[in-house]
Design a protein around this ligand. Structure first.
Ligand SMILES: Nc1ncnc2c1ncn2[C@@H]1O[C@H](COP(=O)(O)OP(=O)(O)OP(=O)(O)O)[C@@H](O)[C@H]1O
Ligand SMILES: [Mg+2]
Length: 285
């Protein structure tokens, strides 16, 4: 087992009287996918904002490649190879794929007053890099806005990898995607891992996390609720811990009661209740 590339110990973060994180410890190894799971408000985004240099932790230690770090901006983290792909991707829809790929890091040719954006290089590199991730774009001149959600996520991942990410943080990259598109993104997550990158994959969905994850960290109300390697936890148990199996059961019973009242839509309610019940028992896929 390799040493962690990134590690936090007893990190806390307070917003006034809100305790967003309390005594959170976790680590990320290179070439592994660490899944960060948790319900709404659990503290996932706050934790990755600490990791990516957006927030300073109020307590605790942050180590990167074995050394303690104190980031004062996301630029500091990025310079060390910690790249974050946010859900609302920082891309410009009307600009071409290659312009977006090099946004903020435009390659140039020539000197002094003759210096200009090296368009040929940018187009070629974009095509090559996307190809390495298994993405075949028809035309690098195509505006990013015409790509599907999954393709756009993939471009953002390929770009982070190209610019030397050692740790890649993905905040809910599959949340808004259908099954097939989510599959595409999951494949790139595996490819990034195979290139030796330490991936942090944030998701609500244990069915997306489980096939690609090596290590699962579950947050609940700002604290670590569980930390498992894949061989320590079967999918069913992960689903239960994640969904708060007990909460889902309560919800299912309530819906069932509402359905028994009869009236319009009660059949549908009954079905939804059954679905929640099955999920609470970890039976869905
Ligand atoms: N800037 C802030 N100021 C005050 N409270 C905040 C701030 N950011 C987060 N919080 C609070 O911290 C808690 C954790 O929020 P966070 O966004 O980290 O949750 P999350 O796990 O990412 O949830 P979601 O799945 O909904 O994105 C919440 O109670 C939230 O209201
Ligand atoms: Mg969040």
């Amino acid at each position: 087992m390799s040493e962690p590339i990134l590690e936090v110990q007893n990190i806390s973060k307070f917003f006034g009287s809100v305790i967003a994180l309390k005594d959170v410890s976790m680590f990320v190894r290179p070439g592994e996918v660490t899944c960060l799971l948790g319900d709404n408000g659990a503290g996932k985004s706050t934790l990755i904002k600490v990791l990516s240099g957006v927030h300073k932790p109020d307590e605790g230690v942050y180590r990167y490649q074995g050394k303690e770090v104190n980031f004062s901006s996301p630029r500091d983290a990025l310079d060390l190879g910690i790249a974050t792909v946010y859900q609302d991707l920082a891309m410009i829809p009307l600009m071409s794929i290659w312009r977006n790929f090099f946004l903020g890091s435009e390659p140039t040719v020539g000197w002094g007053p003759f210096r200009r954006f090296d368009i040929e290089f940018a187009k070629r590199t974009t095509r090559e890099e996307l190809g390495k991730m298994g993405i075949d774009i028809r035309d690098p001149d195509q505006p990013v806005g015409t790509l599907s959600g999954g393709e756009r996520q993939s471009v953002a991942i390929a770009r982070a990898v190209y610019f030397g990410a050692k740790v890649l943080i993905l905040d809910e990259p599959t949340a808004a995607l259908g099954v097939k598109q989510a599959g595409v993104v999951l494949r790139y997550i595996v490819q990034a891992k195979q290139r030796g990158i330490g991936v942090i994959f944030i998701t609500h969905n244990p069915h997306h996390a489980y096939p690609v994850g090596d290590h699962f960290v579950i947050l609940r109300r700002g604290q670590i609720y569980g930390d498992f390697t894949k061989d320590e936890i079967p999918l069913e148990q992960l689903v239960q811990m994640m969904a708060g199996g007990a909460d889902l059961e309560v919800l299912s019973h309530e819906l069932e009661k509402a359905a028994q009242g009869g009236g319009p839509g009660s059949d549908e309610l009954e079905k939804v209740a059954e679905g929640f019940d099955a999920e609470a028992r970890g039976e869905t896929d």
